[in-house]
Design a protein around this ligand. Structure first.
Ligand code: SF4
Ligand code: SF4
Length: 378
């Protein structure tokens, strides 16, 4: 089982799509018509349970994989080390903004199976979303950890919204000379806030930039397979193609939220995913007495359950499905992006199958660790 360990709600950055949106999104919880949104706002800012409790919890699952998460998890560098010293997990991973990775000794960094680092593309777009100087500092830190021996998977994790030219930024991350990434994942900032849709122009952008950009990316992906036998690790493409190539018909929520990949709050309560912190009606127990192997499961409801592509999409996001922060009409645009992505990949499956038969690429090239923090459906 996979668990995000929420070390803290604190962060050393103030990104536009997170801190910035929170400032503008006036969403009074008491006025929510949906009672499922009663939130516990009194959670401790940093973990306040004894690490030995987490150790006991993890010990009951031989496949326990822990992913450090925040806020920015490395704000709690001592707690990170304490957990890595005292909890026996099958693997450790981290989702970080990368700024503090140089403060964690190599003997810890080099134990991470995967590091997902927030990087939105080139310097201009990363600094636009995340603050001036962020890009430079993160790239320097990533070079340092590679030089210091980190050999695990390093995934550029982009947050994407209207200022992003998806084709330009993904290809930049793959091909730039200074620090090319071999793995890229992106997630749309869509449906997570209540009042932002009207302030933004998601419709125009998704129609004119994002969806055409995805079509170009899928073409590029297959072109690279043909030209040099490389299956680029573009997670949204990889995840869907993997399912189709293996004949999977019914994918559950691909991030694993609520059934394969849970999160542990700073107070030790277990939730379906990090974004669902404090949602009291959706707690799955507490690590002090829950069995990691028999946790309750929760799945997406309408409209996903009535959708003709649920089997391949998996439902995109449990949090947005429950909270329904965007109207049905607005969310249909998000689903349009899913449909476009799935259609474009499906169209290329015959060519990809031929490339596999001809030995240009291998089926194993499409393998990846599921629930590693890449949600697959952006
Ligand atoms: S495309 Fe939209 S409605 Fe359909 S399963 Fe995915 S998220 Fe749900
Ligand atoms: S996709 Fe949604 S449910 Fe899954 S981890 Fe992200 S926010 Fe949570």
């Amino acid at each position: 089982m996979f668990f995000h360990v929420l070390l803290t709600g604190e962060c050393n950055l103030q990104c536009r799509y997170c801190f910035g949106e929170a400032l503008e999104d006036f969403d009074e919880p008491d006025s929510e018509p949906n009672s499922e949104l009663s939130i516990d706002y009194s959670l401790p800012k940093r973990i306040n349970y004894d690490v030995s409790i987490l150790g006991e919890f993890c010990r009951r699952d031989p496949e326990c994989v822990l992913t450090f998460y925040g806020g920015e998890p490395l704000v709690c560098i001592d707690e990170t080390k304490q957990i890595m010293d005292h909890v026996r997990a099958k693997q450790f991973m981290i989702q970080t903004n990368g700024l503090l990775l140089d403060r964690l000794e190599s003997r810890y960094v080099n134990r991470f199976h995967t590091i997902l680092v927030s990087m939105d593309g080139d310097e201009a777009i990363t600094d636009y979303y995340r603050g001036k100087g962020t890009f430079r500092k993160v790239v320097d830190t990533l070079k340092l950890i590679r030089n210091n021996g980190f050999e695990g998977e390093l995934i550029a994790r982009m947050t994407v919204m209207e200022q992003t030219d998806i084709y330009k930024q993904v290809t930049w991350l793959l091909d730039n000379e200074e620090f090319p990434f071999s793995s890229v994942h992106w997630q749309l900032n869509a449906g997570f806030w209540k009042t932002d849709f009207d302030r933004r122009d998601f419709k125009k952008w998704s129609n004119e930039n994002y969806n055409p950009g995805i079509r170009r990316l899928v073409k590029l992906w297959v072109d690279r397979m043909e030209k040099d036998g490389t299956v680029l690790r573009l997670y949204p493409l990889l995840g869907i193609a993997h399912s189709v190539l293996h004949g999977e018909k019914e994918s559950l929520l691909r991030c694993g939220g609520g059934w394969a990949n849970y999160a542990i709050q700073t107070d030790g309560h277990i939730i379906a995913c990090p974004t669902m912190w404090g949602m009291k009606d959706h707690y799955f127990g507490h690590i002090s007495n829950a069995d990691p192997l028999s946790l309750k499961r929760i799945f997406v409801g309408k409209p996903c359950t009535e959708c003709d592509i649920l089997g391949i999409c998996g439902g995109r996001c449990l949090y947005t499905n429950i909270t329904k922060r965007w109207s049905s009409e607005a969310y249909r645009l998000v689903c349009g992006t899913v449909r476009n992505l799935v259609d474009e990949i499906t169209k290329e499956i015959p060519s990809i199958t031929k490339l596999i038969e001809d030995g240009k690429v291998n089926l194993q090239d499409f393998e990846f660790m599921k629930y590693n923090g890449c949600e697959i459906i952006p």
